[in-house]
Write a protein that binds this ligand. Sequence first.
Ligand code: HEM
Length: 501
Amino acid sequence: MFTCMLVGIYTFSAILCTITYRLSPFHPLYAFPGPRTWWISNLVFSYISFGGKRHVAIDSLHKIYGPFVRIGPNMLSINTLSATCIYGAQLNMEKSDMYRAPGHGDTVSLFYKQKTAKIHADRRRIWSAGFTSAALSHFFPPLERRLWELMNCIEKRQLNNKTGTVDISECICHWSYDFMGEMVFGGCNNIEMMTNGDPEKLVYGGKMAMVMQDSIGHTSWLMDLVLHLPKSKYLFRLIDIGADMIRTRIQADKDVTMRDLSSYLLEGDAQSGEKLSQADLELDSAVAVQGGSDNTAVIISLAFYFMLVQPKYYEMLRAELDGAFSDCTGHLDNTKLANLTFLNAILNETLRLCTFFFLPRIVPPGGLVLEGNYIPGGTVVAIATHSLHTSPAYFSPAPQEFLPERWISGALGLECSTDKNALMPFSSGPHGCIGKVFAHQEMRLVIARLVLVYDMKLAEGFDAKSYLQEMVHVFSTTLQKPLLVNVTRRSGIDLEKTSPM
Ligand code: HEM
């Protein structure tokens, strides 16, 4: 009893001292403004993040406190373009502990935090071989075939739905997992959601894994606790399934004809001759499927959402595409797509409004000076991407509104200002998105094909406002509601005749 009391008094005093220190002028971040409750513990940040509206909360803090806000005992949120250097190669700042790989093992995987920058650079070199333009060209035949499957899927699901509508975002999501499965595991892929649906709840599990990482993961001890709960097993379902597929893929190696992403991972490091361990291969291949499917699907779906809420944009894009391609089902050349002004404007505007990343990095030991503010070494800093993307300092007029014209020189008159450098949906530098170029090519192709082939309108009674309001974002965006659309093939289009399958 007496020992219990002593332990209680000790714990209470330790907590009290920690809180007092964190709030006191002796703390090295005291000079930075911010809400005192957030300074007490990272639990506040984790809690707000878990709710899915962190970007709103942080944005209102920036409006009150300015571009540098202390949002944790040891964490700053930054909302100014000059801070993009925190992601750059020159500073090469380490990822925060939020990025710890699940399980505390020695497994190395590109996305997660590694012990040294060299380990990350070595792994990135191996991956990079799979993202050269020559390597990417191998992914286009399966991408085209899967796109045809997507159109079949949309039509079938609409036919089977009594309301004559289809949840186009679910179809796009299933397409993206099926395609990424094939891009990563070639013929050994067995993710077939367009045909079988998602009985294993891979999409939900993958999203929840990201949500946990980017909310509870900021409070390391809490994450360790959560990962030991039996229910956390479904977070790893994609890793388990990926592990099965990579094992099959290794066995099939000499019979594999397609240069899938696994080919490059299995070859290992060309410089040192070192091969990846089985555990690394398993985690890296799951990272590839999750990283390559989730964001891409969300952005394509939201591009359709915006174009269908304001159909004039669908028509404007259709006109541009009709002008560029005489045959709606013929080959859509990559370079030609990349040069279409309005298609790119739609994509940039969707990326601007719908990426909400908060990517924490650790300031190196010597500290860092940004806009005259000294930030001590060891501080965790991140740019509040959504705040930057919607700041009137960089995007004007109406930074909160979907206005693709802002990306077209002169289209909104002289008053319009668009700072292209402030668009950073893929981050940048040594940890920036390795799939950025491919993601653009993929998204342009899918959007262009669907707009060329289909007339679309939102389902009657579709509540466009609540669709946006109910979306939640923590690393991954969850579209809580179906994007119900009525889809009709444009006259004269025969998909069966032109199918690449
Ligand atoms: C709209 C689509 C996409 C968006 C918005 C996006 C965004 C991002 C961002 C912001 C990061 C940096 C994450 C961080 O620092 O924590 C990242 C990293 C990464 N992305 Fe993407 N991504 C997209 C598509 C893809 C695709 C298609 C692939 C693969 C085929 C991919 C694979 C990766 C990988 C492997 C990383 C980790 C890179 C590293 O740590 O070195 N992404 N992505």
